[in-house]
Design a protein around this ligand. Structure first.
Ligand code: CDP
Length: 214
């Protein structure tokens, strides 16, 4: 039987991960944070002394990912996110990570009935036939505040304005790249989370998913 796929896309720090994780728990579906794959490529390169990689060096890192890197505490560091966004512009890196994502969606690892994937191109490129697509957004200020809180909790105290400027630059790079640019799929529900609590976002998303899969 084909699996139910929920695609969550949106810009940085819009609340995709929190929502996707909770949706997966609610439906007992598998969850894949696809951003962590791009971050893993970036961190592999940083740790091997290649902070400014060529496309073939980045492709090589993507083809030889060590799963242990996914639990490294530096995965969520700002420098990792920045390089992740750069390697994500490289078509060969995207191609190297594509099969794994498609396979995860169609064959969830523990045999679950469905999968939730969050990223930038899930509804447009990875799972264009997913019945449920949600494009999560929030204002730049709100997203920068969320990222500021996330980084502060990691002990990474950076001025709010630097975080805001980095976030805007990263979104621009994600939206303007030729390879799978960040954009809402035509059939995605656009959910603005600026004024919503995480609980309210989850409630709305469940309504959307239920209306599309029942
Ligand atoms: O958590 P945050 O929103 O900061 O970013 P992330 O989801 O961890 O993704 C890091 C970077 O990977 C993004 O800025 C994108 O450039 C890239 N990415 C992508 O291109 N496609 C995806 N499906 C997921 C992430």
């Amino acid at each position: 039987m084909s699996k139910i796929i929920i695609a969550i896309d949106g810009p940085a720090a819009a609340g995709k991960g929190t929502l996707a994780r909770k949706l997966a728990a609610h439906y007992d579906f598998a969850y894949l944070d696809t951003g962590s794959l791009y971050r893993a490529v970036a961190l592999t390169l940083i740790l091997s002394g290649k902070p400014d990689p060529s496309e073939s060096e980045a492709e090589d890192a993507a083809n030889n990912l060590n799963p242990a890197i996914l639990t490294d505490s530096e995965l969520r560091a700002e420098a990792t996110g920045k390089l992740a966004s750069r390697v994500a512009t490289m078509q060969k890196v995207r191609d190297a990570l594509k099969i794994f994502q498609i396979d995860f969606a169609n064959n969830p690892p523990e045999g679950q009935q469905g999968a939730v994937l969050d990223g930038r191109d899930i509804g447009t490129v990875i799972c264009p036939d997913a019945p449920c697509k949600i494009y999560v957004t929030a204002t730049d200020q709100v997203r920068a505040k969320r990222r500021w809180m996330e980084l502060s909790a990691r002990g990474d105290e950076r001025p709010f304005n630097d975080i805001l400027q980095d976030l805007i630059a990263r979104d621009r790079q994600d939206q303007q790249r030729a390879a799978a640019p960040l954009k809402p799929a035509k059939d995605a529900y656009r959910l603005d989370t600026s004024d919503l609590s995480p609980e309210a976002v989850l409630k709305k998303a469940i309504e959307i998913v239920d209306s599309r899969i029942k």
